[in-house]
Design a protein around this ligand. Structure first.
Ligand code: ADP
Ligand code: MG
Length: 698
């Protein structure tokens, strides 16, 4: 028999050119093999038959066995609906159709036995099932039973009679025609060691599960395979890159770091900061180029870590730069660093979009002569005109705000690429980091500086503000400062800006005895900066702002963060905003203001914020609620998150095993050239042909 798996899908029984075109366009299925890799998204247990009198409000899809007693039509025109009264002897339930009435009445007969399949919902005071599946009941052997697969289908597919059931049918044809030729896609050894199901039984059970446990095995095998090849690709790429690239060796610690440590460090480092500085110092001394992600919750002291590493670069004769996503943040880093380095004779400059031309030229020159040692700035740093004499270390703060291309540009600022440290306070679970940032090493600051009191978070309905304003007033009277944040997104920009203006006026009325300032992204940088500085200097006690203050702003005297329309923010964003307070030793508060009516999901999100102060926990919850496709930064990373079967969050453990297996293969056979590994070579080629190269992403 010839191998039919690469045959065009149109030759498959029951498909033909018309449907083939739909399959091509809608779900990217061109060959019979493509179809086999189109996996169900869920399974429904059809082994049990329920009774009508058992039905309650929370049932999933269920089956009933009984007969239709009569058809009836209600309503007119577009509101017309067909109802079939159905009974199994234990009670009555209505089956309802809003379309296709004629077809239904012709096809199904009163008083014949049927198996009904659907989801009961409450309508008025009665249950009904809308658009149920109906099969004639012949006998117990022939009724559909067991786990029934469900395939995702689009509107267009359904219009061409390609619903889930139809896919199931052509899947059976596909399976029958190619199963014999289906050849294994993983090496025998990997299968043995990871105790995986073979490809053929896995394919059979994923589409036609024999039982729940075989289905689980099949899912495991196919997920493992998918993740395994991603990891193999990434790890191979890292190994190749490491062998090609030379990294600068920062072998010594010298005067700059020592004097800073002895004379200028205003407080002892936390243990986590010490550990990470040690870790990174070792990393930068190996001769390999460092590419590292530093994760640390808001306020954990990442800036200081970065500064000390930049001083190590300086001690070894190298320049460094630090890039931040906003002008406000870059300016703040610049000021902080200058203060930290007072008296140490280090030349630090700030470069942003609003740096004056003369200053810009001076900076450009000083970079080339090497006089300028540390450059802080925004995107302005990556412009081609910015050239260094000897750039050794690049720090990127809040890296998720930058695209891959922007980050990559910094690589080319020296003959050999500098060491790269990217920092983030929006942590992502390790397993996901291994894939999104597959070739980054990860360090985690898991400790906050001492003396910080956890922020108290309160959920507040927007109609009852009296008590809230009173507690804010108490904080102001105690000398603290307050942020009030409004959402601002492009789609509703005008309305959002109006809300912010109104909020600003309203705040001034409520607190006439205090000064209120205002910052939003639509203001000119100069104006924005001036307002910001008024708050920093405590000339204004209340700041009304948009999320421009989300990243990195540091005013330790601020103790209250009010977030208006909190339901419109993502969890990680709320956590970032909340991190603007709680920076001093005083008790701080975060007040999440929302309308009374909230969706179940939003309630859950607000609940998580009220309960948890832990950025990792929140990020994980956020990912589970939103899925990784929405993760900030990942859209830009170019990773296709619509994997076929694996889920990067839920399948973290499988990912770990798959990564270890891939590592083992590469340790033993770095070039993947042994005969028993030929299969890997073939698969990698095939995957790289139609997919993104997973390795080149950081
Ligand atoms: P993030 O990790 O969010 O960037 P920052 O670097 O802005 O945090 O640090 C937050 C605050 O904590 C700053 O005011 C910083 O000076 C302070 N800080 C950093 N390290 C320590 C420490 N070891 N002890 C006390 N305060 C610290
Ligand atoms: Mg920071």
């Amino acid at each position: 028999m010839t191998d039919f798996s690469h045959a065009d899908i149109k030759f498959l029984a029951g498909v033909g050119p018309k449907k083939a075109e739909i399959l091509n366009k809608e779900i990217n299925v061109y060959s019979v093999e493509d179809l086999l890799y189109y996996f169900p998204y869920k399974y429904i247990d059809r082994s049990r038959i329920y009774f009508v009198h058992e039905i309650d409000g929370n049932m999933p899809y269920i089956q009933l066995k009984g007969r239709i007693t009569a058809f009836e039509t209600f309503g007119e025109g577009r509101k017309k609906r067909l109802v079939a009264h159905f009974t199994d002897g234990t009670g009555f339930i209505d089956l309802v159709w809003f379309q296709g009435a004629k077809f239904i009445v012709d096809k199904y007969k009163v008083d014949l036995p049927y198996i009904i399949f659907g989801k009961p919902t409450m309508f008025g005071d009665k249950f009904n099932i809308a658009h149920p599946d109906i099969d004639p009941y012949i006998n117990e052997e022939e009724r559909p039973s067991g786990l029934m697969p469900y395939y995702n289908t689009t509107e267009k597919m359904k219009n061409h009679f390609l619903n889930s059931k139809a896919i199931q049918k052509i899947m059976a044809a596909a399976f029958a025609s190619v199963v014999r030729n289906l050849s294994e896609t993983l090496p025998e050894k990997v299968i043995q060691e990871a105790r995986l199901m073979g490809l053929k039984p896995a394919m059979r059970n994923i589409h036609f599960p024999e039982n729940a446990s075989l289905l689980r095995e099949a899912q495991y095998r196919l997920k493992f395979e998918e993740l395994f090849y991603i990891q193999l690709n990434i790890l191979k790429y890292i190994a190749e890159r490491k062998s090609k690239l030379k990294g600068f060796v920062f072998s010594k610690v010298g005067d700059y770091l020592n004097s800073f440590y002895e004379d200028n460090l205003p407080f002892p480092l936390t243990n986590a900061q010490k550990r990470i500085i040690r870790e990174i110092r070792q990393d930068m001394a190996t001769g390999e180029q460092m590419n590292r992600l530093l994760q640390g919750d808001v306020g954990s002291g990442k800036t200081l870590v970065a500064l000390m590493l930049m001083l190590i670069a300086l001690d070894n004769g190298f320049q460094s730069c630090m890039m931040a996503p906003t002008e406000i943040l870059a300016t703040q880093h610049f000021i902080t660093i200058q203060e930290f380095l007072q008296g140490l004779n280090v030349n630090v400059e700030l470069l942003t979009g609003s740096t004056k031309k003369t200053d810009r030229e001076r900076i450009h020159n000083a970079l080339l002569t090497g006089d300028l040692q540390i450059l802080v700035g925004t995107h302005a740093l990556i412009e081609d005109t910015v050239r260094f004499s000897n750039l050794g270390l690049v720090v990127i703060d809040e890296q998720h705000r930058f695209g891959v291309a922007q980050r990559a540009k910094l690589w080319s600022k020296n003959v050999n690429p500098p060491h790269i440290l990217v920092m983030t306070a929006t942590p992502i679970p390790r397993t996901l980091a291994m894939t999104v940032y597959g070739d980054l090493d990860v360090s985690v600051i898991d400790e906050l500086p001492p003396g910080r009191k956890p922020i108290r978070t309160i959920h507040q309905y927007d109609k009852k503000r009296g008590a809230m304003y009173e507690s804010i007033r108490k904080q102001l009277q105690a000398g603290r400062q307050v942020y009030i944040v409004y959402p601002l997104i492009e789609e509703s920009e005008k309305l959002d800006l109006r809300n912010l203006e109104e909020g600003f006026e309203h705040t001034r009325e409520v607190f006439p005895e205090y000064t209120v300032c205002k910052v939003h992204g639509k203001m000119k940088p100069k104006e924005k900066d001036a307002e910001m500085q008024r708050f920093v200097r405590n000339e204004a006690q209340i700041m009304v702002a948009t999320t421009v203050i989300e990243v990195g702003v540091n005013v330790p005297n601020a103790s209250v963060m009010v977030i208006e329309s909190a339901q419109r923010f993502g969890l990680s964003q709320l956590h970032q905003l909340r991190g603007r307070v709680g920076r001093g030793a005083d008790q701080s508060y975060c007040i999440l203001v929302t309308p009374y009516e909230l969706s179940a999901e939003t309630k859950k999100r607000i609940g998580i914020m009220v309960e948890s102060n832990d950025g990792f926990e929140i990020a994980e919850a956020d990912l589970k609620l939103r899925g990784p496709g929405d993760l900030e930064g990942t859209q830009q990373s170019g990773i296709p998150f619509n994997l076929r079967i694996a889920n990067l969050i839920r399948d973290g453990e499988i990912l770990q095993f798959a990564r270890e297996a891939a590592k083992k293969i590469l340790d033993e056979d770095p070039q993947i050239e042994r005969p028993e590994n030929l299969i890997l070579r073939k698969q990698l080629q095939k995957l790289s042909g139609n997919r993104f190269n997973w390795g080149q992403i950081s």
